[in-house]
Ligand binder design. Sequence first.
Ligand SMILES: [Zn+2]
Length: 374
Amino acid sequence: MARLPARCLLFACATLTACTAPAQPAAVKLALPAVKAEPTRVRAAPTRPAQLWPFTRLRGIDYVSVRDLAARFGLKPAWSKPDQAMTLGDAPGVRFTFENNQRDFYLDGLRVFLGEPVLIHRDSLWVSKLDVIKIVAPLFQPADHLAFLPAAPPRLIVLDPGHGGTDPGTENKKLGVNEKTFTLDVAFRLKKLLEAGGYRVLLTRDKDHRFSNSPAIDLPLRADFANKAGADLFVSIHFNNAPEAITGVETYAIPAQFMPSTADTKPDDLTAAALPGNRQDYANLLLGHQIHRAMRTGLKTPDRGYKRARWAVLCLLSCPGVLVECAYLSNDAEARRVATPEFRQQIAEALATGVQNYAATLAALRPAPPLANK
Ligand SMILES: [Zn+2]
């Protein structure tokens, strides 16, 4: 999958990392559905945090004490490994786990990546203030960020089956399977499930083709398709590739402005950019979290983490969007599983559950309308 390159917002060509780049013929206008665009119902991301956090500057970056997080969240901090790992828990058990020098943490057992590593300082671990504001606090207390979430649950969903046409995506030549075929199959299955749940669903492609043979054009056009359709939600479906014998699921949202991608240890030219997709930071966060949780629960595969990358297909969206690497086709055992219709149906069901849980979260956060005066 291609990441949006620096200095090239609209014409992405990119670093190819996990799976390779997407595809489709040039008739973009013909491919766009005649759907009346709805006004966006997502509000802009705030320029200030919903809460003020006390912070200390460590290694040139503002950091918040995990003990202050605990106090704000009403949780009890404890060292689970002396001077290395801390948990924050309540009566039923552990909610958060943070570890020194790690760029991830666990929330209710789910692995979530941060922009900066957790650090130890004095008698506590510390998390970067940007990570607290953009990831940790809104995941734990989404109600405090209600003003920046969509005003209503999604109705129109655009599914993006990764790759297509001249771009097969990840290929497992030994088994004779490729990514573009499976992403389309899963998208069809997911469409059916979501439509049965009352959603309207469009696909960026319903055939073995792509918008353009150039990923720099193809990827932005997939986002453009969703934007012009007035989508409320965008899910890009992929299968992963790695040189090692890795298995499991990864979910991606774009990083907040100034937050490095998971694959990067230092800021790049785009890190400081406020991308169109950043207007939906909090909704992206909740959507990815719900989808990642549902995939982990539904498929029972290893948790490769909820990660961050400036994927070209996500950066230009004007609705909440995530990219899911459902499984590794580079792993023969996992590719054999994906090759079965039963497992692809499980993937589609897990993705549908994630979307439904995201919608239910939004619905639950919205207060009931005030009663009319009698
Ligand atoms: Zn891919």
